[in-house]
Design a protein around this ligand. Sequence first.
Ligand SMILES: C[S@@+](CC[C@H](N)C(=O)[O-])C[C@H]1O[C@@H](n2cnc3c(N)ncnc32)[C@H](O)[C@@H]1O
Length: 286
Amino acid sequence: MTDGVTLAGALSGAQRILAAAGVPNPQLEARLLASHALGITSEMVLGYPERRVDLGRKANFDAAVNRRAQREPLAHILGRREFWSLSFHVGHHTLVPRPDTETLVEAVLNWLGGHNGDLRILDLGTGSGCILLALLAELPRAWGVGVDLSMHALEIARQNAAALGLADRADFVRGDWANGLHGRFDVVISNPPYIADRDIIGLEPEVSQFEPRLALSGGPDGLTAYRAIVPHLGRLLARNGSAFLEIGAGGAADVTKLIREQGFEHIEIKDDFASIPRCVRIANTI
Ligand SMILES: C[S@@+](CC[C@H](N)C(=O)[O-])C[C@H]1O[C@@H](n2cnc3c(N)ncnc32)[C@H](O)[C@@H]1O
């Protein structure tokens, strides 16, 4: 690399811009954006501060920093997000996979307790496919279907399945929750949209302005998707099967009430790593 600024200079300028825009962790994010835009590893970004950045690459870096300063999610700019130690392609039509959602994967695996036989898994509102594909990666004899209303999200989920070598065990189909779905599944999982509509505007800009409303909006009280999904669980779950639904912070009481009203009695709640009730397991005993 010839003319241009040093890496250290480019990084400190980027950190200032990101900090002024209110981006959390500007130092770390500047490094990640530099690695992405300059096509070098994070170790090289850290290890060679005097390296010169040519003007063409600096322009790429500036463009990435400016997008982030508009509060576009880092994952959209990088095009990827790690979930369950796997790398997922994400875009404007998919929710960025959240660490909280790993609670569902853990809950399913704990419930299976090492059982590693043939399993049928249904993922309602699959988005990037992250929950289903994380489970298929852990369960080599399982097979699954991911359903989403968004064709664009399904395209991303299919790309992820192919990139992770799981495409032969994952089908992705367009659907409105479980309407029109037939068959029974040992495990039904869903991270449905559960933000009450009036609360979306108050979320951080990365979410409220850039993530798909279809992935966020839980209707007036945040429960619309649960009302659509829960009544189908009885016919979708195999004997001794279980459903695992993600719940938002503070949502456990309302969701469990709704589930009990549908006649399910065996309900368990699992907390996430921050001790927030995050996942409800519904056992099929009806
Ligand atoms: C909260 S996101 C979860 C995405 C992914 N499972 C995850 O955990 O990152 C909810 C997903 O439900 C999908 N969705 C919304 N309404 C739907 C409907 N009526 N039928 C099927 N999927 C729907 C959205 O497109 C979105 O992908």
